[in-house]
Design a protein around this ligand. Sequence first.
Ligand SMILES: [Mg+2]
Length: 384
Amino acid sequence: MATQKKTEKISLRQLPGPDSRAFQVFFKFQRIRDAFMMIWGKHWKTQDSWPLKHDFSYCNAMSQLKVKQKQQSAFTYRDFLDLNDVNKAYKSRLAVICHIDVNAFFAQHEQIRLGLTPKDPVVCLQWNSLIAVSYAARDYGIGRMDTLQSAKLKCPKLIVAHTAVFKKGESTWSYLDYLPSPVDHKVSLDPYRRASRKIMRIFKSNCDHVEKASVDESFMDFGRLVFRKLLELFPNFLEGLESVDDRLPTLTQEMVDSVALQWKGLVIPKPGEASDEDGERNIDDWDDLLSLIGSNFASDIRQQIVDQLGYTTSAGIGRVKTLAKLASGFKKPNRQTIVRNDAVGPFLKNFKLTDFWSMGGKNGEAIMAKLDVPYSSQGDEIAG
Ligand SMILES: [Mg+2]
């Protein structure tokens, strides 16, 4: 009894934040329910310690996920509870960080503004430089290093949209139906900034910790999202908590089956898993399950962006920002990639050191030269 009281006290104290009132009501309900079950001679734990309740609106099929090993969890209650604290979550060993990036943002913005489809080859032009190339235009071999003339040679039906401009002496920007000249005009990026703010609003309406990385990409700490979802899926999850340093319950096949979610996106295989994209991806511990839940949140947010604004995006999910960023760029456009902790090594073999965030350009090259890092096939060293 004393243990139970201690557990309740810890649970309530560890659940601060905007929903703390809701959680207190929730745990009070749990205690009433447990008392009821005990009166009937069937304690909840003996009847069904992991109620098979789930009601995810984005759950579209029964999961076929497998628990590969039945082993003690590598994670503690502290790792899990930290997810509910915005100042600790990103450092937790169970952290779920998402990076979402709009595909060819400026070109996609122009495609939508002009009422075109993703199949139309569109480039966004600033004077004679291509500042964004749609994926349909990339299919013609057009890249940002092309000039307008060389791009048109590659694709005669290329649709060229110049950025909005201010005419000299005017205070409002406009799109022109002729190519402006830098002599009489000044480029305005306000339309893209406005679109960027709308995208950011969607991120912030879903996630309480968003870090803008640029005009068209953001990092999100999914800590509270996955924390709450796990407690929804497993309402008794914190019942066994006596010390925050105790290991989390062992994840069983029954628990994973009860979640009834599917991976959303490309899941990088762990060592020993099939390399084909449709191969089985195991849920070996709670970090994998939280990645699975995170993949559903990322998919949901990306769908909101499509529905409300029309932009396709790419997303990456990993334990830290660097991994999430590498993952979002791994498969483009309109895809998402998930890197589970045990798949980090194999995943990093796809990259050079200069592919890492902030390591591109001259800085990265200088660091590589200084450290005498080889320019290719160094994945093993990085992964190690
Ligand atoms: Mg982008």
